[in-house]
Design a protein around this ligand. Structure first.
Ligand SMILES: [Zn+2]
Ligand SMILES: [Zn+2]
Length: 186
């Protein structure tokens, strides 16, 4: 069993849920419907939820014998850029959350690993790791502005959509390349 006292949850953090008003009686339930500001780094390198953007939580907190079962959805705006053409992408992401948070010193707490089952700290639940996992899993590793984005011409950097058909760059004669370098920058 790990030492829970090493992590202190901040009750002011919007992703720390307080279950004080949820009776520890199996079947007791309450809902959480609120918007919270996104923590930073919620996403991947090329696409993610902007820090501070409104994340809508629609959750059900249910007492079960060993802890609290949290289920529902988080809805958040995502912004990023196309991995092929660098055009900005904006979208709305809806992720499902389904996570059991075990009471401290419950059998589940004593017999499972923390990466299998979440843990409560007193009455507190830290939703951030589950939210982070769900968001990261739902985001594309290779974001595209559209499925068949052709990307950019490697020579001039213009989107293939904006170039005429058959667009090419004639090879510069190596004898002229020295002169080309002398040309003033435009
Ligand atoms: Zn693109
Ligand atoms: Zn080109």
């Amino acid at each position: 069993m790990r030492d829970h006292s090493s992590v202190h949850l901040d009750t002011r953090s919007p992703l720390v849920l307080n279950t004080r008003d949820l009776p520890r009686r199996p079947g007791a339930m309450r809902t959480v419907e609120q918007s919270i500001p996104a923590p930073k780094d919620l996403g991947l390198e090329l696409i993610g939820v902007p820090e501070g953007a409104a994340v809508r939580l629609d959750l059900r907190l249910e007492s079960v014998s060993e802890g609290v079962y949290v289920s529902g959805t988080a809805t958040a705006p995502v912004e990023g850029e196309c991995g092929r053409c660098l055009r900005p992408i904006s979208d709305t992401l809806v992720v499902n959350l389904q996570e059991l948070y075990a009471y401290e010193h419950s059998t589940t707490d004593e017999t499972t690993d923390e990466d299998e089952v979440g843990r409560m700290q007193g009455d507190l639940i830290d939703l951030e790791p589950a939210l982070r996992d769900a968001v990261v899993l739902a985001l594309p590793n290779h974001p595209r502005c559209r499925e068949d984005c052709p990307g950019l011409c490697p020579d001039c950097g213009v989107h293939w959509d904006d170039l005429p058909e058959g667009h090419t760059h004639g090879q510069v004669d190596p004898r002229w390349s020295a002169l080309a370098k002398l040309k003033p920058e435009e």
